[in-house]
Structures are given as structure tokens and as C-alpha cells.
Design a protein. Structure first.
Length: 240
């Protein structure tokens, strides 16, 4: 069995991807364990024999993920508004994971991020952290991490998910591309970030207009200029 990690910058459509993985029904799912740990000092995860366990350090989280993955396939996704320095200080603890990344056009992601969190700082946009982790994961695992584009996922969900599944040795399950909209317990602590996923029933781009964008806001443009090179390096490796 295995542990599949999806590393995302904020506003990358990663929660919808996780919702699709939940719909599969054959994978153990954990939502943003490191971000939750950073924000709340603890995170709950499925126990080895049913029930839940409470984890209170990055080492506990990674160790528990590895234990879960011994006899089942585990999928977790996390976002990289934080660098998660523990990963860089203890790379051996993620060497056995299957690392995957999802990226979205920075202009759209930044405008979406700002709409929810106007006080967002440049480092929280996340692409720099994401690229640094991409390089680390490639080095310690010996395998080039899988990268998918949010735009491909939204435009061609079947093709993109099928390619992803093939890359991580999962059976492609077409039924998982549709689900019933619901407000899941996994998202209750960070609900304001997941309203689009809560309302969704599949992969589709929400029709939104943003008042502040990288084209009309100087601060957001500076964020874009900083992070765009990291996005460009990541998207070079995209499956589709």
C-alpha cells in the first residue's frame, strides 16, 4: 500500500480534488494535517484500528501517515501557505511517500486568496514553498513528483484524473467525478476556505469576478511577480 501526498498552494482547487478522492470510497483520506496542526496545535486522524487519534507534532503526523499506509492506501492533501520547515529538517520521514502537486494560474489564485483573506502576506501565496518542496520530494524519493494543473482538472476532469491515477498506481474510478454537495466535518475548522467545494457536485470553475486583481492592485501584482517563476518551473512538469 502507499501514502499519496498532494501538496497545493492555497486556492488551487485541491479541496475539490480531495472531495473526489473521498467519493472513491477505497482510500483513507486525511485533510490538511500539517496546516491544521500549525493553526490549532493538534489534528485528528483515522486510527489504525478504527476511531480517531489526536496528533500534536509534525513527527507524530508523518509517522502516523506512514503507519496507516502499511496496509491501506492513504491520501492526504495539505496547503503550503506555511513552509512546514519540519519536512526540510527531517526529509527521511517523507522519502517513502508518493508526492503530487496541484498548481493553478497565480493570477486567479492570488485574487481568490485575497478575497477571503485581505491581509494575506506574500509568502502565504505558497508557490515558493511549493517549488522548494517539489525539489526536496524529488531528491529524497528518487522519483519526479506528479504535477497536475487546476485548469486541466476543471476543463478535462476525466482525462486529468485518469492520468493522475495512472501516475500514482490507483484504479481510475469514473463515478468519483460526481458527488452530492455537502458540508463535511473535515472542513469545519477552516470552512470559509471551502465554500466552493461544499457547494460543488463535480469539477467546474466557479463564475467569479474579483474586484482586486494582479492587474489593478499593486500589492497583489508584487505577489504575482514574486511567485510566477516558481509556478512556471512547476507547470513544466504537469501531466496535462
Amino acid at each position: 500500500m502507499s501514502v499519496i501526498a498532494m501538496w497545493a498552494h492555497p486556492r488551487a482547487v485541491s479541496t475539490a480534488f480531495l472531495r473526489m478522492m473521498i467519493e472513491r470510497g477505497d482510500v483513507c483520506i486525511i485533510h490538511e494535517p500539517l496546516v491544521t496542526l500549525t493553526d490549532w496545535n493538534e489534528v485528528q486522524a483515522p486510527g489504525l484500528d478504527g476511531g480517531t487519534v489526536t496528533l500534536r507534532s509534525p513527527g507524530e503526523v508523518l509517522g502516523h501517515l506512514a503507519e496507516l499506509g502499511v496496509d491501506r492506501t492513504v491520501f492526504f492533501k495539505d496547503t503550503l501557505e506555511y513552509r512546514h520547515q519540519y519536512l526540510f529538517d527531517h526529509p527521511e520521514e517523507i522519502a517513502g511517500f508518493r508526492h503530487t502537486f496541484i498548481v493553478r494560474d497565480p493570477a486567479k489564485a492570488i485574487a481568490s486568496h485575497y478575497l477571503i483573506k485581505p491581509e494575506v502576506a506574500c509568502h502565504e501565496i505558497g508557490y515558493e514553498h511549493q517549488y522548494d518542496l517539489f525539489e526536496l520530494a524529488w531528491r529524497v524519493s528518487g522519483e519526479r513528483p506528479v504535477v497536475i494543473r487546476a485548469e486541466s482538472l476543471l476543463a478535462e476532469p476525466a482525462e486529468t484524473v485518469a492520468a493522475y491515477c495512472q501516475a500514482v498506481d490507483l484504479l481510475y474510478l469514473p463515478h468519483a467525478l460526481q458527488w452530492v454537495p455537502e458540508d463535511r466535518i473535515e472542513w469545519h475548522r477552516s470552512r470559509r476556505w471551502h465554500l466552493d467545494a461544499i457547494a460543488s457536485s463535480g469539477f467546474s470553475a466557479p463564475a467569479k469576478e474579483y474586484a482586486a486583481t494582479v492587474d489593478n492592485d499593486e500589492r497583489l501584482r508584487s505577489y504575482y511577480d514574486h511567485h510566477r517563476p516558481y509556478y512556471d518551473r512547476l507547470v513544466e512538469h504537469a501531466l496535462i
